[in-house]
Write a protein that binds this ligand. Sequence first.
Ligand SMILES: *Cc1c(COP(=O)(O)O)cnc(C)c1O
Length: 432
Amino acid sequence: MKYYSTNHKSQDVTLEMAVIQGLASDRGLFMPERINPLPESFFQEIGSMSFQEISFEVAKKFFGKDIPEDTLKKIVFDTLNFDTPLVNVKDNSYSLELFHGPTSAFKDVGARFMARLLSHFLGKEKKMVHVLVATSGDTGSAVANGFLGVPGIKVHVLYPKGKVSEIQEKQFTTLGQNITALEIDGTFDDCQALVKAAFMDVLLKEKITITSANSINVARFLPQAFYYFNAYAQLKDKSRKIVFSVPSGNFGNLTAGLFAKRMGLPVHQFIAANNRNNIVYNYLKTGVYEPRPSVSTIANAMDVGDPSNFARILDLYHNNHGEIKKDIVGTTYSDEQIKETLLAVYQTTGYLLDPHGAVGYRALEELLKDDETGIFLETAHPAKFTETVEEIVGKGNVPMPEKLQRFMKGEKLSLQFSSKYEQFRAYLDGLE
Ligand SMILES: *Cc1c(COP(=O)(O)O)cnc(C)c1O
């Protein structure tokens, strides 16, 4: 399968090149040239298939021509060594729990898949590949854990000193093996600038092989379609209209859902559930896309002012606002509304949402019709945001899963860096 750029100004590339390059040379995002539908028989059997089996069938439609079947199967099965259970919260609203992976957030799915796919493509090379990733919190942990122990790859996580939560920091500073954490005396933007400087450094790139693992990479983005099918598989009554509510930031998650629909998944509608960063909500209302600097909210992984994957949505619908509006409706909520929902759901049902999931749930509560079944994506475990959630539901009411406790017990190891390029460059120059 060939991959084209959403900017349509660069040559089509192979899957291998799309994964290694990340971004097209015209700065556009890669899109697969075709979206192959799944056969009727797949949907008849889906209820009796495992998450791994379902995902393998979906993966073959994208990657089947580019990767040997047994290799692809191994990549899919290794990636998904955890489930995404569908849990009824209230009436016709269900939570698709995407937090059962190693770092308790949905980004595990894409990061683990990408790590294995990259390792496959680089397998032929003798040289070590260095993955550079700048993080403000969640991405670093998913990428680091996704690549942990993968042969031929070393990961270097750059994060701003004192600006990530304790649990987030522990998730990428305690791993050891092929993961190194670089604590930068600066902001997230400084971390990103250092990574960019390294990618522009021609002399450095002659010496070591570097690549990036950010969320616009097709290998992180496409696998997110898997769990939409897994949600459908678990629904007892498949005859009702299905609405997916997606707490959205960069819109990778929602766009993957649109791909699932194009592959034949019977989805009636998607809800783009936003916090106060409501650029897409406004676009859906007015047809005008106006990016703005992001504002901070308690659902901070969704604090995005210019969602990068929106370019993929526009491309998928050929810029047709009317067609986009048929498939996607928008909502936007303040921190107060998020807190109110999180507390009310906890008190009336006992189900503990995280702030991001609360945005998704509230959208269903307000928009779901009687003949519809609603599924919201619970994108992270509430214990990843213990402080915020305890403030809402009370101290001691946010149990921390064993997995997260283990991270907390680990010893933090990081290298200290200034935000100047020279020191970072010297570090990279010393790598093999
Ligand atoms: C990244 C993230 C989101 C936003 O997902 P996008 O694919 O960027 O829209 C939502 N919730 C959590 C917990 C996240 O980490």
